[in-house]
Design a protein around this ligand. Structure first.
Ligand code: KG4
Ligand code: ZN
Length: 363
């Protein structure tokens, strides 16, 4: 199959969790990108009754909507399959049933229309989104905070990631979701906690600030979640003001912990990139939508002389535009890809990172 030439017009497919995504992104020869279509179909309704994502329901829902979503994305971009340069698909990490739906679909399109199919790491999609939205090129320091991952990474280049810190237990989004659940709020928990926290008193509860001052920039959130549980139990039955204050105090504790961890990561980033022009902090993943966290990030970035870049809300959470863009970036940088690839439930961005001391199974 001949190597496509720029501009690259890429169909992106995302099915790793509970949103089905299909997008068309163009990457021009000068490195700029344009989204021609970015469609997302959330499965919130299917999972809401269970208070979390049910893998079998997720896979089935992807099967039901993916073909139609791809057709709709092509229609919106006014393109047909032969005009594409390649198909990029999330091959991991994520729920294996959903990943299989995307991978099989991408491979079928590739086989029928003679298109290359590029396997994309979902986390790399989050990591590179700022290239599409802000034209930002590596290096930069990345805070990746989603429902399944919480990491600090140095992005040295496209395809070159060094993990500085990770969570020892829950991911940050998971901590939001579990805290919402124990307070009887809806799913997904992040936006619910944020809504309740608004107007709440962030100083009312003296919750722990996890990992403060630790030498390595790792995270831990399960102790904080338990502290919320204990505080809530003491107050039962909870009044609305109690829930608001608990949510605000929880967010405040997270903001302080994350800022402390970022400060530590900035020190190692700076020792690698002493030139101030390289001092850029990027936040990505669904939790980067949180306003209190964003304000805290703006604070630490300003204090340390870093420029802060956060993708717009619509591209912070899961989407297929970031997958298409990552496929295009990999093509543009001539990175090899496995043509016989399989879906992978686990797929770390930095496969050489040592296991963090004290880390649980998910770290
Ligand atoms: O990146 P994402 O859309 O999917 C994953 O790859 O996990 O992240 C979803 C996570 C969920 O845990 C959700 O509760 C959290 O992001 N989230 C938020 C907010 N919006 C979404 N957490 C805190 N504040 C928010 N506004
Ligand atoms: Zn994600």
């Amino acid at each position: 199959m001949p190597q496509p030439k720029p501009p690259f017009t890429i169909l992106g497919i995302e099915t790793s969790c509970d949103e089905t995504g299909a997008a068309i992104v163009v990457r021009h020869a000068d490195g700029s990108g344009r989204i021609r279509a970015n469609l997302i179909r959330s499965q919130l309704r299917e999972h809401a009754a269970f208070g979390g994502v049910v893998p079998e329901i997720a896979a089935r829902a992807h099967v039901e909507v993916l073909d139609g979503l791809i057709r709709a994305a092509l229609d919106e971009a006014q393109l047909e399959f032969p005009q594409l340069s390649a198909v990029a698909v999330t091959a991991g990490p994520g729920l294996i049933g959903g990943l299989l739906v995307g991978v099989v679909t991408a491979k079928a399109i590739g086989a029928v229309h003679g298109l290359p199919v590029i396997p994309v790491n979902h986390l790399e999609g989050h990591a590179l989104t700022v290239g599409l939205t802000d034209g930002l090129r590596p290096p930069y320091l990345l805070l990746l905070v989603s429902g399944g991952h919480t990491q600090l990474l140095t992005v040295h280049g496209v395809g070159q990631y060094e993990r500085l810190g990770t969570t020892l237990d829950d991911a940050l989004g998971e901590a939001f979701d579990k805290t919402a659940k124990l307070l009887g709020l809806g799913f997904p928990g992040g936006p619910e906690v944020e809504r309740w926290a608004e107007g709440g008193n962030p100083q009312r509860f003296a919750l722990p600030r996890p990992m403060l001052g630790r030498a390595e920039p790792h995270f831990s959130f399960s102790g904080l979640k338990n502290a919320v549980r204990l505080a809530a139990r003491k107050l039962e039955p909870l009044r609305e003001a109690d829930i608001s204050d608990l949510c605000a105090s929880f967010e405040q504790s997270i903001a302080e912990s994350v800022v402390d961890r970022i400060n530590t990561a900035m020190a190692s980033y700076i020792s690698c990139y002493p030139d101030r022009r390289a001092w850029r902090l990027v936040a990505a993943g669904g939790v980067a939508a949180n306003r209190r966290l964003r304000a805290a990030l703006a604070g630490v970035a300003a204090e340390r002389g870093f420029d802060l870049h956060i993708p717009p809300l619509s591209l912070c959470g899961d989407n297929a535009a970031m997958i298409a863009w990552t496929g295009a970036e990999r093509l543009a940088h001539g990175l090899p890809y496995d043509k016989e690839f399989a879906a992978r439930a686990r797929w770390p961005l930095d496969s050489e990172a040592p296991k963090a001391t004290g880390a649980g199974v998910k770290a």
